[in-house]
Ligand binder design. Structure first.
Ligand code: MRU
Length: 363
């Protein structure tokens, strides 16, 4: 998507053919910084410390991590070590394991002298595929927005609530939950987005709001607890969120707080959709609540909040007593029964094993 008048993806290979550049998301919305990652260690840190984040982008970055590792040492030992190092960075988003498995499966039978070139080619392919998948998700989600708009008076806006950042910053381009919104804007459908701030790291306030502002999408930032109230008063037409891992039974794991939005949506008959590319489906998990590992992050993310001071410094402030311990489960699981539909690249699936199977019979 464009930043100013320049088109960016969130990650790209440099002209040197080995290092990758990323948008360092820790500084948004205050500063747009690009950093170069040269080693598998650089890439592991960037994923673990959330310089890049969002399930699809984590996967693509890890794929480049495997390529960078192969450029340094294409041996079997290095291949396995890179897989382990990158896999240990974040536990919940399944796209990470999907991309790492994809790379290792491809590279293992290849002669060592050819591995690096093959790895860069496949990493670039995964990045390009992500863009295509998101574009297709956008088309399928657009049909839902169009239908809601058709039931409204001419010019009346479609109000969409989203949680966390499942935008272009969470993918290579377009985003998953945001792709239908961007396409609706292009199609001239009046939309308005309620952006959950998404504590503790504020991906909504910092990233989704930045995206919406940058692309001229009318939006309003709300605190995480406001969604239920807005739904009770008819202010939300639909919810669209992303997911870090969707179980084969349609349970959806996403940023902490998503489950509460789904409960409120159900209670108020507001459609609750989840947008996902197929690499986000974990076909080995049949019960999302019991089987998906939930990342527990540092309590400091709850007690200390990043922001920009009046003097222009980007700094953290403490919001709780020093002595108060904080818990920080980063994701939760929304049971399939609360999900209206799964917007995939192949169409909208019912959130169930049979619904997913109907669209992806090869699994
Ligand atoms: O912890 P994050 O910022 O990586 O969490 C991101 C999310 O929860 C997104 O909603 C999810 O990855 C889907 S992104 C298309």
């Amino acid at each position: 998507m464009n930043v100013g008048d320049r088109h960016y993806r969130t990650i790209w290979l440099n002209k040197d053919g080995c290092s990758v550049d990323i948008i360092d998301q820790r500084w948004l919305p205050h500063e747009f910084r690009i950093v170069t990652l040269r080693t598998v260690d650089d890439i592991a840190v960037a994923i673990r410390d959330m310089w890049v984040r969002g399930a699809p982008l984590i996967g693509v970055t890890a794929a480049y991590g495997m390529a960078v590792a192969m450029a340094a040492d294409p041996s079997d030992t290095a291949l396995d070590a890179a897989w382990e190092k990158l896999h240990a960075t974040r536990p919940t988003a399944i796209n990470l394991r999907w991309a790492l498995d994809e790379m290792r499966k491809l590279l293992r039978p290849v002669p060592v002298g050819e591995r690096a070139e093959m790895a860069y080619r496949r990493a670039a392919g995964i990045a390009d595929e992500d863009v295509e998948l998101n574009r297709a998700i956008g088309e399928n989600g657009l049909a839902i927005i169009r239908e809601i708009a058709a039931g409204k008076k001419p010019g009346e806006r479609v109000n969409i609530l989203t949680h966390c950042n499942a935008g272009w910053l969470a993918t290579v381009d377009y985003g998953t939950a945001t792709a239908p919104i961007y396409l609706a804007m292009e199609a001239g459908i009046p939309v308005h987005v309620y952006v959950d701030e998404t504590r503790p790291r504020n991906q909504g306030a910092q990233l989704t709001a930045w995206e919406m502002a940058g692309h001229g999408v009318p939006h309003t930032l709300i605190v995480d607890n406001a969604g239920g109230h807005l739904m009770q008063h008819g202010d939300v037409d639909l919810v669209i969120v992303g997911t870090d891992r969707t179980a084969a039974n349609g349970d959806v794991c996403n940023k902490i707080g998503t489950y509460l939005k789904a409960l409120a949506a159900k209670d108020n008959s507001v459609p609750f959709y989840v947008a996902l590319p197929s690499p986000t489906i974990d076909w080995t998990v049949s019960d999302g609540i019991r089987e998906i590992p939930i990342e527990e992050r540092s309590g400091e993310e709850v007690s200390l909040v990043w922001g920009k001071t009046a003097s222009g410094e980007i700094a953290q402030v403490r919001v709780s007593p020093e002595a108060t311990p904080a818990g920080n489960p980063a994701f939760d699981v929304t049971p399939a029964r609360l999900v209206t539909g799964l917007i995939t690249e192949r169409g909208v699936a019912e959130a169930s094993r049979s619904g997913l199977k109907a669209l992806f019979p090869e699994h």
